[in-house]
Design a protein. Sequence first.
Length: 316
Amino acid sequence: MRSYLDFEKPVAELEAKVEELRALSASDGVAIGDEVQRLEGKARDALVALYANLSPWQKTLVARHPLRPHFAAFAAGLFEEFTPLAGDRKFGEDEAIIGGFARFRGESVCVLGHEKGSTTETRIRHNFGMARPEGYRKAVRLMELANSFGIPVISLVDTAGAYPGIGAEERGQAEAIARSTDACLGLSVPNVSLIIGEGGSGGAIALATANRVLMMEHAIYSVISPEGAASILWRDTAKAQEAATNMKITAQDLLKFGVIDSIVKEPVGGAHRDPEAAIAAAGDAIAEALGSLADLDGPSLRRARREKFLAIGRGL
């Protein structure tokens, strides 16, 4: 069952008419193939025009679409022999961040990522992708293990932000995020990060401090959510659309500022319309990014990573 966003109403109406005509043709045997094709073409053109001019707020809604592929879908589509590892060896397990080792196009890799869940049960189990300190400490443990064996690190970021609960703060949320960011910077192996949906605040940067930072075409990446920014600046979450526009959170804006390195093209209508094609495109982009880093030694990788982040914002 396809789920439409509010701004997709014109497309939804056209596609509903197409389904009605198909049902009519199937039940009554009426030959209306030409009309169906005409409406399909009209719906496709409307979708192309709509997604070519999305506002930042509309991109935010697309990035949060309930049917958008999450970490589990990317892991299943991109990696072989994925073996998840649990626990931070300090407190416990956090299921908002999943990590382990796998093969990516024949090569061993360490895989980390936020999982939001796709049903009510899994969303609760994964805490909607909002990690607690033990999630980031698990990420540090796995990155250090990968570094010891010379295995590249791939991270898939999709979180509204780190979990702000009392327990998380008591267990050192800020320190855990800082150590995870530091672990990314200190790696002597290539690391590539892909923002697949939401890249929110320190919860995202803790896994996204990489040699190459990629973004899906309709993903967002920001220091705070549009609703959070609106609440702070105007004390009114209704101004979230205005905040989204001014915050420059889209992949297109962030590429101009040098915050990310490249944009991964999504199928027309967003990744949720054709998850397999979106995941395949992401795999090609990750492979290209890893290939560009293959000849660099440890000191060169660390230096390039450091210079990359120091250069952000210069000359603006």
